[in-house]
Write a protein that binds this ligand. Structure first.
Ligand code: URA
Length: 487
């Protein structure tokens, strides 16, 4: 029996070297016993079972030393060695051995070994995907003398996927220093070098303001009317919950889902059209005892209340004008009011506003010190049953409403304007440039004003893929941190 003891931390090279030696020596799979060092240390008899695996190589024929395998096998093997099952090495060797005679073996998906390899590969891929989705970085303050922000995350993978998945985080989170600690190794990035180790780490048990953001975000994307507990648990398996700040909301949200749906239905029945029309009439008719002076923000707000510059005023409840200090240094520009803003008459009070507020709070940006407004001041929607579905304003509507935005800019004179989303960008710059090309940079807007372009918070609420969502949330947070730093 040939016993091979490997570290078993997901490194293909150690298995490949051992497998090549055995194969060149024509050792049949039944005569091999593959072990992982951590399993062996508990096995009293392990030392007795050790055997040499040096090949009986045909040195006269160097070609005999090279083994060729299809690329697909190598790709499979790279993933499968990361699997946690001790049987993976034997399975890989058995497949490699069989492939010497059965060249098309990998094509036979019904073959039990091939099927098992694919199942293991899938499990590793899924684990890696979950790591991308569920790593939650916590800020631990800037490093000594460094302006770079530092973050630490804790994650518990099923398999040895840290080294395999770390380059994803390096690509996505280049502008911060981070460490991802796991019981199966650690990955660290310092802006220059990505290092990985297989040494197990301990949970640093950290919390920070981002936890609140995740909870705000989750409670806003949670739709009780669409709740499917099984699908939800498949997407976010329970074993990850203990390290996800937002997970503590789940039992309560599930328990309250039925009552929320009933409440939503009742609310919907009284909302449109009667409630909305009453508000609309009231907003139009509100008496103004003393007119604010022209040329002031209050005067402008009063004028905008009666705006009929485009057809959107016909169906919206009321004009949702900007709000905030008349001498704010920062102006935040969104797209247009949503359903809740239309009814409340205030910008960013609905789900997108909650995400914005949570991020602003987290990065130390005081919303009350900023002037918050929209490119378009009336809610554009399409009635669908009892619901009003948001519609993107068209170019004509944006151009008509620019009248108000320009006057707001002229009166408030902010130092920094933040365009959230492409409608705000077009309105502010007339530029057809892609938002993604300008995003996160501080640009010039006019002679003494700066512009920062970022995504709209409602975009974050619509991203279905958890990994992309986490990535975009972090980027939005970084953009808002630049705004706070500017302030
Ligand atoms: N989306 C916006 O762009 N503005 C709001 O006020 C609310 C949602």
């Amino acid at each position: 029996m040939h016993t091979v003891t490997l570290e078993g931390n997901g490194d293909l090279t150690e298995w490949r070297d051992a497998a090549r030696a055995l194969l060149l020596a024509r050792v049949v799979p039944q005569d091999t016993d593959w072990r992982c060092r951590q399993d062996v240390s508990d096995d009293l008899f392990a030392p007795l079972a050790q055997a040499s695996i040096s090949p009986v190589a045909d040195t006269a024929n160097p070609r005999a030393l090279t083994l060729t395998v299809p690329k697909t096998f190598l790709a499979l093997a790279e993933a499968v060695v990361c699997h946690n099952d001790p049987a993976r090495f034997q399975l890989l060797y058995r497949t490699l051995f069989r492939m010497q005679d059965e060249r098309m073996l990998l094509e036979v998906r019904s073959d039990i070994d091939v099927a098992q390899l694919h199942a293991m590969e899938k499990s590793v891929r899924r684990d890696s995907h979950k790591m991308k989705a569920f790593v939650r970085f916590k800020e631990v303050g800037a490093g000594d003398g460094s302006a770079r922000r530092r973050f630490v995350a804790w994650f518990e993978p099923d398999h040895h996927i840290v080294a395999r998945t770390a380059p994803f985080f390096q690509r996505r989170f280049t502008d911060m220093d981070w460490i991802i600690a796991t019981p199966k190794g650690v990955a660290a990035w310092n802006g220059d070098v990505l290092t990985t180790s297989t040494a197990p780490a301990k949970n640093p048990m950290l919390t920070d303001g981002t936890d609140v953001l995740w909870r705000t975000y989750f409670s806003n994307i949670f739709n009780p009317a669409r709740l499917k507990v099984k699908a939800m648990q498949a997407e976010m398996p329970k074993k990850y919950w203990k390290n996800l700040p937002e997970a503590e909301l789940i039992p309560g949200l599930i328990a309250g889902a039925e009552a929320s749906v009933v409440a939503m239905a009742e609310r919907a029945a009284t909302l449109a059209p009667l409630f909305h029309q009453r508000l609309q009439a009231a907003a139009q008719a509100a008496p103004v005892s003393i007119l604010p002076p022209a040329g002031t923000l209050e005067g402008l707000r009063e004028e905008a209340r009666h705006c009929t510059r485009c057809a959107l005023h016909c169906h919206a409840t009321q004009t949702v004008f900007g709000e905030g200090p008349a001498d704010a240094k920062i102006m935040i520009v969104g797209e247009q009011p949503g359903d809740q803003e239309d009814l409340a008459g205030r910008p960013f009070v609905g789900p997108a506003g909650k995400v914005f507020d949570a991020v602003a709070r987290e990065v130390g940006l005081e919303r009350s010190a900023a002037y918050v407004t929209n490119a378009v001041k009336h809610f554009k929607y399409e009635p669908r049953g009892k619901r009003r579905i948001h519609q993107k304003p068209n170019m004509g509507e944006v151009q008509h409403c620019k009248w108000w935005l320009k006057l707001e800019l002229a009166l408030v004179k902010p130092n920094l304007v933040v365009a959230m989303g492409s409608t705000a960008l077009v309105s502010l710059t007339d530029s057809r440039q892609k938002l993604s090309d300008l995003r996160g940079q501080i640009l010039q807007l006019g002679t003494d004003q700066s512009l920062l372009v970022t995504v709209h918070p409602s975009y974050l609420l619509r991203i279905p893929d958890p990994a992309r969502r986490a990535e975009e949330m972090a980027r939005f947070r970084a953009d808002m941190a630049s705004v706070a730093a500017f302030a």
